[in-house]
Ligand binder design. Structure first.
Ligand SMILES: Nc1ncnc2c1ncn2[C@@H]1O[C@H](COP(=O)(O)OP(=O)(O)OP(=O)(O)O)[C@@H](O)[C@H]1O
Length: 313
């Protein structure tokens, strides 16, 4: 199978580029020598999307991103068009070279060696993909394909602040801890209009809403314990009308083990199509990238993508 490697040299604050020779040597131990024609370096944000599309058009069927979650997500968005994969026999893989590499962890790959072995041995797993349409920050419609989670409200504001404030971004994971505390103390629940599958629209005040395909996300967060990333359903979690102190003391500390779900104002159910709107400005985030604001609709798509993953059985 022809393999294209897409490297983001700027991932992990430029460390990915510096470590590329070492990462390449590890990959070559398992895959054999890599000709330079099979490696492409990203030159700007979203370049991985174009490189992935070009690679599939040129006949590559296995695409490996070297970087963080953003690079993998950009690559994945390049291989889907009109709500379906642009080729039927694709395998995507990630080698951890970013800051948090949460996706690698979701695929069961904890190290560069494990990820390289999973690619070489051809172990894969199927994952669901959803489509999110929201209002972009420039005012137009944005469409993003995702596979881990879509979040709105307080959780999306935490993500947006942690990514946008340059000083905080340099702090890495600690920025999320600081912004979670700050946002909990300043963010008030807002009125939402929600339509789930074919049900009637609901009007509810909420602090945050999360649509999870995987069980975990972010820095060790267990948002939807037991969620199946290939069941063609999203776990819809609604965090209701929380007071500031209540969110800081009863929700935030219990995100790591999923016990926040026991709170009386938190609900969980399955959904495969949801439209969310509000008269207030509410941020929306897909797979860790702030894409814009409400209204947003999220739809599970009727296909699986194959990703290289460690075979634990
Ligand atoms: N050549 C480039 N110059 C500047 N930015 C780039 C370049 N190539 C890609 N990017 C951008 O780098 C950003 C960060 O990439 P990525 O998310 O992979 O790394 P990370 O943030 O370190 O890791 P993680 O998301 O796992 O925490 C992405 O938004 C991507 O668009």
């Amino acid at each position: 199978m022809q393999t294209k490697i897409i490297v983001n040299p700027m991932a992990n604050k430029g460390n990915c580029g510096k470590r590329w020779p070492q990462i390449c040597a590890e990959l070559e131990k398992h895959l054999g020598p890599l000709a330079s024609a099979h490696v492409a370096m990203t030159r700007a944000p979203n370049h991985a999307t174009h490189l992935a599309r070009e690679a599939v058009d040129a006949g590559y069927r296995r695409l490996v991103s070297v970087g963080g979650d953003g690079t993998f997500s950009e690559m994945m968005n390049g291989v889907i068009a009109d709500d379906r994969p642009i080729a039927s026999d694709l395998v995507l893989a990630q080698l951890p070279g970013g800051t948090s590499n949460e996706l690698s962890r979701s695929f069961g790959q904890l190290s560069l060696t494990e990820a390289s072995k999973a690619i070489a041995m051809g172990h894969t797993r199927d994952i669901d993909v959803f489509r999110a349409d929201a209002k972009g920050y420039a005012g137009g419609q944005v469409t993003r394909y995702g596979f881990v989670l879509a979040i709105v409200g307080a959780a999306a504001t935490i993500s947006w602040r942690a990514q946008r404030v340059p000083l905080l971004k340099r702090l890495g994971p600690i920025s999320y801890v600081l912004m979670t505390a700050f946002t909990s103390l300043t963010y008030s629940p807002r009125p939402y209009r929600i339509q789930i599958d074919d049900e009637a629209e609901q009007h509810v005040p909420m602090w945050s809403l999360m649509l999870c395909s995987f069980d975990g996300a972010g820095e060790g967060l267990m948002l939807a314990p037991g969620a199946d990333p290939a069941d063609r359903k999203l776990d819809l979690i609604m965090v209701g009308d929380m007071g500031r102190w209540e969110s800081l003391t009863r929700i935030v500390p219990n995100l790591a083990d999923g016990s926040y779900l026991e709170h009386a104002k938190v609900s969980r159910r399955h959904a495969s199509r949801i439209t969310i709107d509000s008269d207030d400005m509410i941020r929306a985030d897909v797979d860790g990238e702030s894409i814009g604001q409400l209204p947003m609709s999220v739809t599970m798509l009727p296909f699986h993508l194959k990703v290289a993953a460690v075979n634990r059985s």
